[in-house]
Design a protein around this ligand. Structure first.
Ligand SMILES: Nc1ncnc2c1ncn2[C@@H]1O[C@H](COP(=O)(O)OP(=O)(O)OP(=O)(O)O)[C@@H](O)[C@H]1O
Length: 214
């Protein structure tokens, strides 16, 4: 089981070298290379269908039909997958929430996969995302923005150094976006790393670099 905060390290680094991901035999985007170090944020940009989600899924190890290298701390992610996955939190375009469970039950399910159960941390996270009163609400009955806030609360209940967020701003109102940007900045300030996509402008995340897929 992962120990809290321990994996935040200024030595953490993701390096992508000449990465191209394929659908069947066809590359989806031209090869990209970039490095993401502790305290840094990269926004992956590109038009609809450019391959942003595909790239993120490859970085998560979920799509292995690629050429090039994806390394964590100098070694292929597949050579040290246990360490890598302990360090990683991926919140995809699809939220991965079970509609029949409450907000608290959903967050508890994910947290317990690698951390000790902690109801206080879950209630605190929901409060910080402005939906503390909905902890006992069944997700199926929530609005799109409320569901998004529940899913994003995982960044607070699973304290790992590398966040991969695919279109996290979707359905969030302005307050929700500002709240998310604030949590991202806190994460970066303590040496966290962030790989993010967004069609909406992200103005409030510090030191954001861009990688555009073509
Ligand atoms: N399951 C799939 N099977 C076949 N092709 C797919 C599949 N998922 C995505 N694609 C194709 O891969 C390409 C890249 O899709 P991807 O979802 O990565 O783009 P994206 O940049 O994230 O797009 P958007 O901005 O619309 O979210 C698209 O041409 C898409 O049609």
């Amino acid at each position: 089981m992962a120990s809290l905060e321990q994996q935040y390290s200024l030595k953490n680094q993701l390096s992508i070298t000449d990465l191209s991901v394929f659908r069947s035999e066809t590359p989806i985007f031209s090869p990209v290379s970039f490095t993401l170090s502790a305290g840094e944020c990269i926004q992956v940009r590109g038009h609809n269908g450019a391959g942003k989600t595909t790239l993120l899924r490859a970085v998560c190890g979920l799509n292995q039909n690629f050429e090039g290298q994806i390394c964590w701390n100098g070694e292929s992610i597949f050579k040290q997958s246990a360490d890598y996955y302990q360090s990683l939190l991926y919140i995809g375009h699809h939220l991965g929430l079970k509609p029949k469970l409450t907000a608290e039950q959903n967050l508890n399910f994910y947290r317990k996969l690698r951390f000790p159960a902690d109801k206080t941390s879950i209630l605190n996270a929901l409060s910080q995302f402005g939906i503390g009163d909905y902890f006992d609400e069944t997700v199926a009955y929530m609005s799109a923005g409320q569901k998004r806030r529940v899913a994003l609360s995982r960044i607070l209940t699973e304290p790992v150094p590398f966040w991969i967020l695919d279109e996290p701003m979707v359905a969030l109102d302005i307050d929700g976006q500002k709240s998310l940007e604030g949590h991202c900045n806190q994460h970066l300030n303590k040496g966290g790393m962030l790989l993010i996509t967004s069609h909406q402008p992200i103005s409030g995340i510090q030191n954001l670099q861009e990688v555009t897929l073509t």
